[in-house]
Design a protein around this ligand. Structure first.
Ligand SMILES: [Zn+2]
Length: 176
């Protein structure tokens, strides 16, 4: 179920008459409060080195524990996607990146405590400014690897939107 189906009461006035209108909105019949179902913004780093290899990390926790992944995470309140990418890469790998360009966005799904979540992943192309102190935060990832695009096995990436993003990036590079 999605979060709208989980709400039992209006979070503003406590009324039980908090009812779904259409597919993406709850309305309170007592106080008029409306709650919309919106995506969470995911910031994904597509980091290329000077040889065109892509920096991947191996997940050390679920979902998709043990599979390859790209650095990134959810944007925080009042943060830009650019800053979210830089912060997440710094947290996960202790390296500084520069955003080269916005690539594309891909909607994603995941379940947390039985509730369906709807991230919208923004893929940002990055280059490395400084990786002299690269250090993997093992609470998130167990290792990293620079992968030549021609040798990437997309099926080894565990999350569907990341697989789709890498496929799309490889297509873009072929056309370039
Ligand atoms: Zn209300």
């Amino acid at each position: 179920m999605n979060i709208l189906e989980a709400y039992k009461f209006c979070p503003i006035c406590g009324s039980k008459h908090f009812v779904q209108k259409g597919s993406n909105k709850l309305c309170c019949e007592a106080c008029g409060y409306e709650l919309y179902l919106n995506p969470k913004i995911g910031a994904v780093a597509m980091i290329e080195d000077e040889n065109g290899r892509l920096l991947a990390v191996r997940r050390s926790k679920d979902p998709a524990k043990g599979t390859w992944h790209l650095p990134g995470g959810f944007a925080e309140v009042e943060e830009t996607i650019e800053d979210a990418v830089k912060r997440e890469v710094k947290e996960e790998l202790n390296i500084d990146v520069e955003i080269t360009s916005y690539l594309f966005s891909i909607p994603n799904h995941y379940q947390y405590k039985g509730i369906e979540g709807y991230p919208l992943d923004f893929f940002m192309l990055c280059k490395i400014k400084d990786m002299s102190n690269i250090l993997v935060d093992t609470s998130e990832n167990s290792e990293y690897s620079f992968m030549p695009l021609s040798e990437i096995n997309v099926e080894e990436f565990g999350l569907p939107s990341i697989r789709a993003g890498i496929r799309r990036y490889i297509e873009l590079k072929k056309k370039a």
